[in-house]
Design a protein around this ligand. Sequence first.
Ligand SMILES: [Zn+2]
Length: 156
Amino acid sequence: MTPLRKNAYHSNDILSKITPHLKGVIRRQNGGLLAFCPGHNDRKSRSLAVNVGDDGRVLLKCFAGCSIHEITSAMGLSVSDLFPDTSKAKYDPQSRAYFQEWQILEALAFDAAVLLIAARRINEGETLPEADLEYLAKAVIRINDAVSYSRRSHGR
Ligand SMILES: [Zn+2]
């Protein structure tokens, strides 16, 4: 495991916004990053995998099971900071007219993944933090918005 060079992701603005909030960042063979997870007491194992999705979104995965909310809030960020500026605009009603449906579905797929993580934690007897519940409540609103948007664009 080689230490991450400072400019390894120079061209990648979104990762360079995230990595200063992480400790022990190293580069993996596959091009992703590993770091100590800020969401739990992670000093040895580098439980946090960091990657950039095809859509430019930062993907965070804690192998110890921290939620996306726990990780981002421990970094002083919000979940929306993981999205590139173009996809953040997805939730801006002003610019909705420019969205393709696949873009909306992609955002929903992310929410569905968050929901699955939440469901797993509940299954393991955990109580979800309030922030996670709020995030999921907002996801429901987003999904409803997407339905109305899709209906309108098909004239229904
Ligand atoms: Zn963690």
